[in-house]
Design a protein around this ligand. Structure first.
Ligand SMILES: [Zn+2]
Length: 152
């Protein structure tokens, strides 16, 4: 048994081993190199911290995210007020949450593109336009559900 296999075998499932964080080997077919990845409670804690940092980053860097959060503060209470059943209330608020989700992913694409470099490239432009279109379509969903639920 090599060192890596011994570490994996010694893993108690709580994210630590006698030799430190476990090294999870990728499947033989994976293109990813072996990376040190925490597991168990540590992984959960890290992922909460990463998510919190992501929310703070989107708030700091993206005016659109701030505006959509402001919109959510109006749309979600209004949806809870206008919806007459649980299903209606869910339909009125869910697309607003989806807009925030799509905006976060769109911002992730933008950040990755900007990380590649500031120069203009048709594929960079296409990437950002596709992300923008995804946000646009999710607004369409919000409009459609409000129209359909309130005219029912
Ligand atoms: Zn943006």
């Amino acid at each position: 048994m090599n060192e890596l296999a011994r570490e994996v075998a010694a893993d108690d499932g709580r994210g630590t081993t006698a030799t430190g964080p476990s090294v999870v080997p990728p499947p033989a077919t994976s293109l990813a190199p072996a990376r040190i990845k925490p597991r168990g409670f540590r992984r959960l804690l890290n992922s909460f911290l990463n998510s919190w940092n992501g929310l703070k980053g989107a708030w700091r860097e993206e005016a659109a995210f701030r505006q959509e959060c402001a919109g959510a503060l109006v749309v979600i209470p209004a949806g809870l007020w206008f919806g007459e059943t649980g299903v209606e209330r869910a339909l009125l608020i869910a697309p607003m949450l989806l807009i925030l989700v799509v905006e976060l992913l769109n911002s992730a694409v933008e950040a990755a593109i900007d990380r590649i470099g500031p120069e203009r490239h048709p594929l960079s432009g296409l990437s950002k336009d596709l992300g923008s279109a995804a946000v646009f379509v999710s607004f369409g969903l919000l409009g459609a559900t409000w129209l359909l639920v309130l005219t029912d």
